[in-house]
Design a protein around this ligand. Sequence first.
Ligand SMILES: [Fe+2]
Ligand SMILES: [Fe+2]
Length: 312
Amino acid sequence: MEPLSQHGPAQFSLLHVSDTHLLGAGKKLYTVIDAEERLVELLHRVRTSEHDVRAVVFTGDLADLGEPDAYERLRDAVEPVVQQMGASLIWVMGNHDERPAFSEVLLRQPGSTDPLDAVYDIDGLRLIVLDTSVPGYHHGELRPGQLEWLGDLLATPAPLGSLVALHHPPIPTPVEIMGVLELQDQQALWDVVEGSDVRGILGGHLHYSTHTSYRGVPVSVAAALCYNLDLVATEGTALRGVHSAHTGSLVSIYPDQVVFSELPAQELEEVFLRSSEGVEQVRQMSLAERHEVLSKKTSDYNTAERKRESGS
Ligand SMILES: [Fe+2]
Ligand SMILES: [Fe+2]
């Protein structure tokens, strides 16, 4: 039996979530945004899906004001579900976070004021966490010691390569004013990453989903789980935050590629549904039969589909 695609299935996946900006005492951000509810819904949807998620990565700005109570709410909402998924839970610092409360509550370590860098092994995939936060500021920086640490790590390749997770992504933004709060000296980071086994960089901070690649390495920024920026705001508007686009990102690990796909946190309006029983039938077919049934525009299947789509 031939696989359905020349690529075969993903080896496994990661769930990438960013910018929850939770407030203490369950208060809603801008009085209307309940990111905790969205997060619980997203985790539930992913847990009950068919994706083999081995790690859940949060790329920073987890508590809007760095309140210990907000971290506790986050931890208590996330830890049990991630445990049920059998996945690793990875927390990354953002500019809204405060290291002492973050490390005590989320990492269950003594409160620290040092950068909270870390490295995880996800079944052969090395996930490197870089803390780009600067205490008391919103822009991002990496200290020379952090880059040296990263370089030392990358000197030895990992079996499935590496992903770097950080809050301030080392990429340009079309939202001009966000440039002020970007990661400083991004070229220094790229100089360390280039030519290493890094297969991708996961980031947050921008509050919209965006992707690029630089020096051969893809960068994927997950949208925020609280509010996001409207990139087509009218002239004369520098920033417009909207209560929408609550999404996570599915990071699928293939032998030779890493693929990023947006996952809506909420149940959305359904317009069609196909059961997976049909997939089993297709699996039994030869490649030629699959093309005759699914690809040929005039096949019985596609003719019926066309009628349904056009409402005729
Ligand atoms: Fe943020
Ligand atoms: Fe941020």
